[in-house]
Design a protein around this ligand. Structure first.
Ligand code: GRG
Length: 293
């Protein structure tokens, strides 16, 4: 299967599973479930869940076994987007090509929608089947730590506190390790754990996720200055407008492009311990370097 078909097929599987896991639209109270479904089914790329499934395959597992953690990761990701878009955070009107959750449902409902998505993500993760090496407790510890105050939330705190300050490249990397690379890495690790991956393979995927996550963020920063709002589905030029520290702002556009390529090469070479089975992950990394939105 070529990469385009693979990505589309995996994303469709994830969407189907998300639909089954989420409370139905008819479930009362109607508004919160409508807001949750509006935010989840809004045309996201499904990168993190696809990485989760691909990591399971790369470790010789059945991707169907990785659907629960894949969906859990997407729900945690969507919660972070809904809350990040709120006026108290990044204050954005557009996400995934549509008005943000609070623009449609109001701020109070968007706060609750994020809370409900995060809570639901743990309920979905609980469906993951333990393996010989990894218990439900291992999945939970991994997932909770990523969502917590040293990773996702910690990254957002550093981001908020960095506003209006002159950040160094090192500061920026720390923010993006926590905000972006951590969840990508956890998606890969959880997928691998469902395949009972050896510690050596898990380590390789951790290194892959770290470099890929940073590359993904550098590219995201580049696209913010080079793409249009229509193509991105979110407000382009936002970072520069609020004088946010970004890779192109700190390094310059060309050096930022080189940095993304270097990180992608590093990510690919981390995959060596997985052998030929990692070809799909390598292909995804190459694809992300070329992405236009
Ligand atoms: C806990 C509120 C809160 C925030 C945590 C993750 C995060 C910090 C904020 C979300 C917004 C943001 C800029 C995250 C950085 C990672 C990133 C570039 C996300 C966008 O991911 P895509 O492009 O989005 O995969 P889609 O819409 O395709 O799923």
């Amino acid at each position: 299967m070529n990469l385009k078909s693979y990505l589309a097929a995996r994303a469709a599987e994830v969407d189907q599973a998300l639909d089954a896991f989420l409370p139905k639209a008819k479930q009362r109270p109607l508004t919160i479930h409508a807001a949750m479904r509006y935010s989840v089914f809004s045309g996201g790329k499904r990168l993190r869940p696809v990485l989760c499934l691909a990591a399971a395959e790369a470790c010789g597992g059945d991707p169907a076994e990785a659907l629960a953690p894949a969906c859990a990761v997407e729900l945690m990701h969507t919660y972070s987007l809904v809350h990040d878009d709120l006026p108290a955070m990044d204050d954005d009107d557009l996400r995934r090509g549509r008005p943000t959750c609070h623009k449609v449902y109001g701020e109070g409902m968007a706060v609750l929608c994020g809370d409900a998505l995060l809570t639901e993500s743990f309920a979905v993760l609980a469906h993951t089947v333990p393996t010989q090496r990894y218990s439900t407790r291992d999945y939970l510890a991994e997932f909770a730590s990523t969502g917590g105050s040293t990773k996702l939330i910690g990254g957002q705190v550093m981001d908020l506190e960095g506003e209006g300050k002159k950040l160094t490249r090192r500061d920026l990397m720390q923010i993006h390790e926590a905000k972006t690379a951590a969840l990508l890495t956890t998606a890969l690790r959880l997928g691998a754990m469902t395949a009972n991956a050896t510690p050596a393979k898990l380590k390789a995927l951790t290194e892959f996720g770290h470099a890929l996550g940073l590359a993904f963020q550098v590219i995201d920063d580049i696209l913010d200055v080079t793409q249009t709002t229509e193509v991105l589905g979110k407000t382009a030029g936002k970072d520069a407008a609020v004088e946010k520290a970004t890779y192109p702002a700190i390094l310059g556009l060309e050096a930022a492009r080189k940095e993304a390529a270097t990180l992608t090469t590093r990510a690919m070479s981390s995959l060596k311990p997985l052998g030929k089975r990692a070809a799909r992950l390598e292909e995804i990394a190459a694809h992300l370097l070329q992405r236009e939105y």
